[in-house]
Design a protein around this ligand. Structure first.
Ligand code: ZN
Length: 324
C-alpha cells in the first residue's frame, strides 16, 4: 500500500505547515483509493475557526465539509474524503488518544479505512503517513509526490463546455451525484429513517409494482426524482450531519449509508399513472414529497413530548449545539 500526492496537494500541505509554523495545524485529503494506492488530489485547509495550539488542533468541520464538497465538484473524477493530516510538536510521530478517536471516525467512511499523516519539524520537515484500517491497527506506508504518478485524466477538472451543458440543461441528477463527500457523521441514516417511518402511514404500491419495475432509468426520470429529493438531501448532509451516499440504480434513485457494516438503502421512485413519488425502506413503501424528511425532523425536534433518550432527543442535542 502507498500514497501519492498531487503537486497541488503536497504544496497545500507544506504551505499550511509554513503558515502556522509555531502551532499545530492540519487538514483533510480529498482523493480516491484504487489498487492499493491512495491518490491525494487535494489537501484542504482546516478552516478559519479551527483551533491551533502548540499541542492541540481541531478542525472547523462546517467549513471543511463545505469546501471538500465545493472542490470535489470541480473534478471529473468522483473524489471522496480519504483521510487527514496534522502537525505534532517535536518528534512525536505517533497518535494521541484524541487522534485515535478522530482517526476512527475517518476509518469508518470506507471499507478500506482512511489515511492519517503526521508532520514533525525536528528540526527538518518530516511527514509520516499511516494507513488507518477500521480496527485502528496503524501501519506506516510510503508516499511519493508528483502529478506524473497519477493515472491519466484523474487530475482533470470539468471543462467549461461540460459545465455549460450542465448549467444549460439544469441537470439535478448530476449535481445530486456529487453530494457525497461527508466528514465524521454524527447520525446514521438508519436511525433517521426508522424514526421518520415510525411517523408515517405505509402506502400500498402492490398494484403499481409492475409500473415501477417497468420504469427505465433515463436522464429525464432521474432528473425528476433528483429534483424532488434535492431539498431533503441538502438538509440531511448540511444540517443533520448524516452520512449519505447517492447512487442511481436501475429504476431508482438510491440513498445509502455505507459507513457501517451493513448497507442501509432508501429507494425513491415515481409512479407516472398517479403522479406520485414514493420511497421504499426495509421493504415498506411510503408516499414521498419534496422536503418531507426535513419537515418531519423539524417537527420531531421542536416537539416537547419526546423522550430525551430517543433518536429525537439526540438529534435535538445536535441541533441545539449547531444552532447556538
Ligand atoms: Zn495529534
Amino acid at each position: 500500500m502507498k500514497v501519492v500526492f498531487s503537486n497541488r496537494a503536497y504544496t497545500a500541505l507544506l504551505s499550511e505547515t509554513y503558515e502556522k509554523i509555531t502551532t499545530e495545524t492540519g487538514g483533510v485529503f480529498l482523493g480516491y483509493y484504487e489498487d492499493e494506492t491512495w491518490y491525494i488530489v487535494e489537501a484542504i485547509d482546516p478552516g478559519p475557526t479551527s483551533i491551533f495550539e502548540v499541542a492541540y488542533f481541531e478542525y472547523d468541520q462546517k467549513y471543511v465539509t463545505h469546501l471538500i464538497n465545493k472542490i470535489a465538484r470541480m473534478y471529473k473524477k468522483n473524489l471522496s474524503l480519504i483521510g487527514l493530516w496534522h502537525r505534532h510538536p517535536g518528534s512525536f510521530d505517533i497518535f494521541s488518544n484524541t487522534d485515535d478517536g478522530t482517526n476512527y471516525s475517518y476509518a469508518q467512511l470506507a471499507p478500506q479505512g482512511a489515511i492519517s499523516a503526521l508532520v514533525n519539524i525536528d528540526p527538518q520537515f518530516r511527514l509520516t503517513v499511516y494507513h488507518v484500517p477500521k480496527n485502528l491497527k496503524y501501519k506506516k506506508i510510503p508516499y511519493e509526490v508528483g502529478d506524473q504518478h497519477f493515472p491519466k485524466g484523474v487530475l482533470d477538472l470539468l471543462t467549461s463546455e461540460e459545465l455549460h451543458n450542465k448549467i444549460n440543461r439544469n441537470e439535478n441528477a448530476d449535481y445530486i451525484r456529487s453530494l457525497q463527500v461527508r466528514i465524521a457523521p454524527k447520525m446514521k441514516l438508519s436511525e433517521m429513517m426508522s424514526s421518520i417511518c415510525s411517523k408515517l402511514e405505509e402506502f400500498d404500491v402492490t398494484e403499481h409494482m409492475e409500473e415501477i419495475k417497468a420504469e427505465t432509468v433515463n436522464d429525464e426520470f432521474l432528473d425528476r426524482i433528483s429534483g424532488e429529493v434535492f431539498e431533503d438531501l441538502e438538509y440531511l448532509t448540511e444540517q443533520a450531519d448524516i452520512a449519505v451516499k447517492v447512487k442511481m440504480t436501475a429504476r431508482y434513485l438510491c440513498l445509502f449509508d455505507d459507513s457501517g457494516e451493513t448497507e442501509i438503502r432508501v429507494f425513491f421512485s415515481h409512479i407516472g399513472s398517479i403522479d406520485k413519488f414514493i420511497f421504499i425502506y426495509e421493504n415498506k413503501s411510503y408516499e414521498y414529497s419534496s422536503g418531507m424528511f426535513a419537515r418531519i425532523i423539524e417537527e420531531g425536534i421542536s416537539s416537547e413530548v419526546e423522550e430525551d433518550t430517543s433518536f429525537w432527543g439526540n438529534l435535538k442535542k445536535i441541533f441545539k449545539i449547531k444552532r447556538r
